[in-house]
Write a protein that binds this ligand. Structure first.
Ligand SMILES: Nc1ncnc2c1ncn2[C@@H]1O[C@H](COP(=O)(O)OP(=O)(O)O)[C@@H](O)[C@H]1O
Ligand SMILES: [Mg+2]
Length: 241
C-alpha cells in the first residue's frame, strides 16, 4: 500500500480526557484542523466545547491525550508559549478590557503586531463601526461592538490558529454576518480557524468540516452538507439552532 498523501495539520488533538474535580468534561476527544481550513465545533451547553479550547490553549491540563500545533507537541507547554506559537483564543463572553477605552484596547493588542502597523487604524479598517467609539469605554458598547473589538484584537496578532468561542452569542444576525465576514476573509487568506458556535447556520456557512460534541464526546463529524442532511445531525442540531 502506498502511503496516504499527508495534509499538513494546523491542529491535531488525540484522546483528550479532562475532568474538573470529579466531573469528567472531556472523554477521548480527538479532532484535526487541516492547515488553512475552518472547523466548526457544535453542540449543546455543557458538551465540552469551551473545555476543548481551554485545553488546547494550555489553560487546563488534560489527564490524558496529546495536542500538536503544526506538528509540534504543545500539551505540556504553558499557555504563554502556546500563544507565542500563534494560537490565539477569543474566549466565551467578551474578550476585551471593559473598563479601558476602545483605543486603549486596540493599543494593548500592539505587542503582537509588527512595528510598522498602527493597531488603532488596523482595528478601524477591520470594523469601521469602531471609528466613532475610540474614546468610549469598551464595556459600554453594544455586545456586537464589543465582539468586533475582541475579534480585531485577536486578528491583529496574525494568528496561525484562531479559536473563537461562541462569538455570535446573543447578537443580531446582521452583526453576526459582519463578524463572520471578517473571519471568512482571514480564512480565505490562509488562517486556520476553530470555531465553537451555537449559531448553527452561520457556522455551517463558513466551515469546511464540522464536529458535533455532546456530553464530553465527539458524536458526529463531517462536512457541512452531511450535517444539514444527516438524520442524526438534523435531529440533534434542531434543538440547538
Ligand atoms: N470551571 C469548571 N468547574 C467545574 N466544572 C466545569 C467547569 N467548566 C465547565 N465545567 C463542566 O464541564 C462540562 C463541559 O463544559 P463546557 O466545556 O463549558 O461546555 P460547553 O462549552 O460545550 O457549553 C460541563 O458539564 C460543565 O458543567
Ligand atoms: Mg462554552
Amino acid at each position: 500500500m502506498s502511503p496516504e498523501p499527508t495534509t499538513p495539520l494546523a491542529l491535531e488533538v488525540r484522546g483528550l480526557r479532562v475532568s474538573y474535580g470529579g466531573v469528567q468534561a472531556l472523554r477521548d476527544v480527538s479532532m484535526v484542523v487541516p492547515e488553512g481550513s475552518v472547523v466548526a465545533v457544535l453542540g449543546p451547553n455543557g458538551a465540552g466545547k469551551s473545555t476543548t479550547l481551554r485545553t488546547i490553549s494550555g489553560l487546563i491540563r488534560a489527564q490524558e491525550g496529546r495536542i500538536w500545533v503544526q506538528g509540534q507537541r504543545i500539551d505540556r507547554k504553558p499557555a504563554y508559549k502556546i500563544a507565542r506559537m500563534g494560537v490565539v483564543h477569543v474566549p466565551e463572553g467578551r474578550g476585551i478590557f471593559p473598563s479601558l477605552t476602545v483605543r486603549e484596547n486596540l493599543e494593548m493588542a500592539e505587542a503582537a503586531v509588527t512595528e510598522a502597523t498602527d493597531p488603532v487604524a488596523e482595528g478601524i479598517a477591520l470594523f469601521p463601526a469602531l471609528a466613532s467609539r475610540l474614546r468610549q469605554l469598551a464595556g459600554s458598547m453594544s455586545g456586537g461592538e464589543q465582539q468586533m473589538l475582541a475579534l480585531a484584537r485577536a486578528l491583529m496578532a496574525q494568528p496561525k490558529l484562531l479559536m473563537v468561542d461562541e462569538i455570535s452569542m446573543g447578537l443580531a444576525p446582521l452583526i453576526v454576518a459582519q463578524l463572520f465576514d471578517a473571519l471568512r476573509e482571514r480564512a480565505e487568506a490562509g488562517m486556520s480557524l476553530l470555531l465553537v458556535e451555537q449559531y448553527v447556520e452561520a457556522a455551517l456557512g463558513l466551515a469546511d468540516y464540522v464536529y458535533v460534541m455532546d456530553k464530553g464526546s465527539i458524536v458526529d463529524v463531517g462536512e457541512p452538507s452531511d450535517m444539514r442532511h444527516g438524520s442524526l445531525a438534523s435531529a440533534y442540531l434542531g434543538g440547538v439552532a
